[in-house]
Design a protein around this ligand. Structure first.
Ligand SMILES: *Cc1c(COP(=O)(O)O)cnc(C)c1O
Length: 354
């Protein structure tokens, strides 16, 4: 079976982790600081703050912006649960705006209808590695005085007209093993705002400004130097891997004509965390047939957030037809940089049979 994801861990990663083990400095230390500096440079921002996961990056970013009880945050229902749950955990209320079916991302036309006197922020998700329409989103945010927290957990290095995601609003990234680069578990916040960076650093570490001096409530959301050493090795290869993802996607798009292939807007760099298509017939049947043909296809995501049991129990009664329909029609096939030419050819031939 051709796997949907395949983390690439080489000799460099192994040596980097062993060096940290031998140094005796295992928790947050110099490797974390170096990883933050290099990641900030990648995104073209002044600050990057490493965290224990993408989920804790999102929660920390929202808390650093003082989002909490009584606030509303507008987001997409077509995402991994952590995007919305990070809002819930601040005490604020997620408000869902439906997606645009050509990008699978939040539809800017529908955001403004959801703005109320309680709206504090917009949390767009660059789904599958394809940037949201940040021009429109930043313009809406400016008009209503809203904060923007970008969920870029699937979009390391993606950009619009050369400007990287994570540099429009406050960015949040994940380094889970299936993502475009990994630290095992891990996350990163990116920002140009000195004050937000400072608050995020406090929240990540018990609100501690000096040893045993605590300024604010905080958690232990720190990254370890072991993770950062892995991340530094991976970061050096991210550009090459991203080019391979884009090449693999182009190969598939040129050859697939019985499914709806990803659309990329002019000036956008889609980094293909996933290569997601829409099939005409029964999607679950298609998944089954691909599995039988040796292609590890997956559905991201089979149930939109507002229809999750948790959200139904919380009283969310939204009807968001595009997200609901897409969750029945999409499937993702492998596009990761470890694919061989033979595997790419096989993916084309199996999808073409659907
Ligand atoms: C992976 C992911 C997260 C959460 O990241 P973790 O590192 O797994 O906590 C959040 N949002 C999106 C869109 C993701 O893909």
């Amino acid at each position: 079976m051709i796997p949907i994801a395949s983390p690439l861990i080489g000799e460099e990663e192994k040596q980097a982790v062993i060096a940290v083990l031998e140094s005796g400095q295992l928790a947050q230390g110099p490797r974390v600081q170096e990883f933050e500096e290099r990641f900030a440079a990648l995104c073209g921002v002044r600050h990057a703050i490493a965290t224990s996961s993408g989920t804790t990056a999102l929660l920390t970013a929202l808390l650093a912006h003082r989002i909490g009880i009584g606030d509303e945050v507008i987001t997409t229902p077509f995402t991994f649960i952590a995007s919305a749950n990070s809002i819930l955990f601040t005490g604020a209320r997620p408000v869902f705006a439906d997606i645009d079916e050509s990008s699978y991302n939040i539809d800017p036309d529908l955001i403004e209808q959801k703005v109320t006197q309680y709206t504090k922020a917009i949390l767009p998700v660059h789904l599958y590695g394809n940037p949201c329409d940040m021009g429109r989103i930043m313009e809406i945010a400016d008009r209503h005085g809203l904060i923007v927290v970008e969920d870029a957990c699937q979009a390391h290095g993606a950009s619009i007209d050369g400007k990287r995601v994570g540099s429009f609003g406050t960015g949040c990234f994940s380094f889970y093993p299936s993502k475009n680069m990994t630290t095992g578990e891990g996350g990163m916040i990116t920002t140009d705002d000195d004050e937000i960076a400072e608050r995020a650093r406090l929240i990540r570490n018990h609100g501690q400004s000096q040893l045993y001096r605590h300024e604010s409530p905080g958690y232990n959301f720190r990254m370890t130097d072991l993770q950062a050493a892995l991340g530094l090795a991976q970061l050096g290869k991210l550009g090459k891997w991203t080019r391979k993802r884009i090449e693999n996607a182009a190969f598939l798009t040129e050859r697939l004509n019985n499914v709806i292939t990803p659309q990329v807007m002019q000036g956008y760099v889609h980094v293909y965390h996933q290569y997601t298509v829409r099939v005409k017939g029964d999607r679950d049947q298609a998944l089954q047939e691909l599995a039988e043909g040796g292609v590890g296809a997956r559905v991201y995501y089979p149930l939109p957030v507002h229809e999750q049991p948790l959200y139904r129990q919380l009283g969310f009664k939204d009807s968001l037809p595009v997200s609901e329909r897409m969750s029945q029609e999409v499937l993702s096939v492998p596009v990761h940089p470890a694919l061989t030419q033979e595997e790419l050819v096989k993916i084309v031939s199996e999808v073409s049979k659907l």
